[in-house]
Design a protein around this ligand. Structure first.
Ligand SMILES: NC(=O)c1ccc[n+]([C@@H]2O[C@H](COP(=O)([O-])OP(=O)(O)OC[C@H]3O[C@@H](n4cnc5c(N)ncnc54)[C@H](O)[C@@H]3O)[C@@H](O)[C@H]2O)c1
Length: 416
């Protein structure tokens, strides 16, 4: 495995320590239906701030503490909640007794560490997607979650969406017949010369204002690199590229719609074709995932054409389910968003087109509700785990230029 190196040994050492800590979980506060939920944030950049603002909008939620390795983000937290406690090291935040639950929105390569430490500290957790950077980390997090009673939501918001509910209902009613193929895609564009995701480095992003070692999280030590710190998404060490940024949302949706197990095999081709700006992760991607029971799922993406937005098509013998988001209609030229069912007249001659009507559920509100009710949230660890493994199998196929089977992944996990 690509991760069979120091990073992996370091992570597993840490995972063992966290697992031991979970066995002696601190007693957590039991919240009543109307009790205030006291939140901490680990990683308070773009998404961490969005997530926290979403949570605060719900009411009866307090932003108590933030841990971020970059001073600028700590100052931004004070603008959101003037009394918020500021930390650089997430472990100090987790020591606080007055934090009930934590939102983790750090870069991908640190999710596993932050996930395990949060659960070991007895806090409920909202962990942004992708759940982890590697398959081994996904397994360690899933195992830790199974041993704990914490309420854990993964930031896969489509798991709370109306189209998921509509699609599941149509399939349950037999309206699609046998689905043998799902095609999915995601496309974006930027002005030429400006690569997707590239962020400018703020002038205060200096070695004095960033704890670079904490960011590296066991990666090879080296002098502070502000560009990589800000643009971590572009590099394999810290990211899984568009597969972990976006495919994971759609594959998790497909897996949940069809209740799929892990893929049996993954293939992936593509490259850095849109903007050769030094990034390592591909911008043009074609993934194929094989599943048991006669099903193939494809996902393709580009960063130099946004005409078809994103979507999924479930192709069944008796009908098709199509979910579109920002797709330009071929005939009318209008942008379309929604979910529809179309009958296959050869097998369902009297079937009619149906448009999905179920509204989305607020994913953050679902987590906060579950913290109070102790019910399982809409995107629990199991779907976080399955979607992470599928994404990492695809990336491994690309990086090794070979077909990656589940057997090989499992074999490598047991011989590591
Ligand atoms: N669910 C969604 O739709 C969605 C959307 C956007 C981003 N995300 C996810 O959210 C995560 C964060 O993305 P972003 O765009 O906010 O990135 P970002 O770079 O803007 O923010 C990451 C923050 O983490 C901080 N950080 C780095 N190392 C840290 C450490 N060791 N401890 C504490 N803080 C640390 C950084 O200083 C930064 O403020 C990613 O996993 C991304 O995939 C999810």
């Amino acid at each position: 495995m690509i991760t069979k190196d120091i990073q992996r040994r370091e992570f597993l050492k840490g995972a063992a320590a966290s697992a031991a800590a979970i066995a002696v979980l601190p007693t957590s506060r039991v919240l009543g239906a109307n009790d205030r939920v006291r939140l901490g944030a680990i990683g308070f950049g773009g998404r961490g701030q969005e997530d926290m603002r979403e949570a605060l909008k719900l009411g009866n939620v307090e932003f108590v503490a933030v841990a971020d390795v970059y001073k600028r983000r700590q100052n931004e937290a004070k603008q959101v909640a003037p009394g918020v406690k500021l930390f650089t090291d997430h472990r100090r935040l987790l020591d606080l007794k007055d934090v009930d639950a934590v939102i983790v929105a750090s870069p991908l390569h640190i999710h596993g560490r932050h996930f395990l430490d949060t659960v070991a500290a007895g806090k409920d957790l909202f962990c942004e997607k992708t759940m982890t950077w590697s398959i081994e980390e996904a397994e360690a997090c899933r195992d830790a979650a199974r041993k704990s009673d914490r309420v854990i939501q993964v930031g896969l918001q489509h798991q709370s969406s109306g189209p998921l509910a509509d699609s599941k209902q149509w399939i349950k009613e037999g309206m699609t017949g046998k689905i043998t193929h799902v095609e999915s895609w995601m496309s974006r564009n930027t002005p030429r010369g400006k690569g997707q995701w590239v962020r400018s480095v703020p002038p205060d992003c200096t070695a004095a204002n960033v704890d670079w070692k904490l960011f590296l999280n066991g990666r090879r030590d080296r002098p502070f690199d502000p560009y990589k710190f800000i643009n971590w998404r572009l590099y394999w060490e810290f990211s899984g590229g568009n597969v972990t940024e976006n495919m994971v949302h759609q594959i998790a949706l497909i897996m949940r719609t069809l209740e799929l197990p892990l893929p049996t095999a993954a293939y992936m081709s593509g490259g850095v074709f849109s903007e050769r700006d030094g990034r390592e992760v591909p911008d043009t991607i074609a993934v194929t995932l094989d599943f048991p029971n006669d099903l193939t799922v494809t996902w393709q993406s580009t960063f130099s054409n946004s005409h078809y937005g994103l979507g999924e098509r479930y192709l069944g013998s008796h009908g098709t389910i199509e979910r579109l988001a920002g797709t330009t209609d071929m005939v009318t030229g209008k942008s379309q968003t929604g979910v529809w069912y179309f009958p296959e007249k050869v097998n369902r001659p009297n079937g009619a087109m149906v448009e999905g009507q179920t509204p989305d559920i607020n994913h953050m509100a679902n987590w906060i509700d579950c913290i109070r009710s102790r019910k399982e949230p809409n995107a629990p660890v199991e779907i976080g785990y399955r979607s992470a493994v599928a994404a990492h199998m695809a990336n491994l196929a690309y990086r090794r230029t070979e077909r990656i089977t589940l057997e090989a992944v499992k074999r490598s996990a047991t011989t590591a």
